[in-house]
Design a protein around this ligand. Structure first.
Ligand SMILES: [Zn+2]
Length: 89
């Protein structure tokens, strides 16, 4: 499956920056292929996005409030979740 987080393994930042206008995707490691260990659930991502909008919380506020890593939460908003049901930790 194609990685939903990037374009051909590269992320184009919203704000172009002289030092990194393209950065390798941290999810697929720049391969462009969605790796094992993650699941793509876009509808769940929409629900999480709606919750933040309804609660008028920024990503940072919500991650502090729910005690979740801000990087994880920004992935969730895009529908990307770590698959915790395989492999185990
Ligand atoms: Zn990717």
């Amino acid at each position: 499956m194609t990685c939903p987080n990037c374009t051909n393994g590269m992320i184009l930042p919203a704000m172009p920056h002289k030092d990194f206008y393209r950065i390798p995707c941290p999810i697929c490691g720049g391969t462009g292929t969605f790796p094992d260990g993650y699941v793509y659930l876009p509808k769940l991502g929409e629900i999480i996005k709606d919750i933040l909008i309804t609660q008028k919380m920024t990503l940072r506020e919500a991650s502090r409030y729910y005690d979740v890593d801000a990087t994880d939460m920004s992935m969730w908003k895009r529908g990307i979740f770590r698959n915790q049901f395989e492999g185990g930790e």
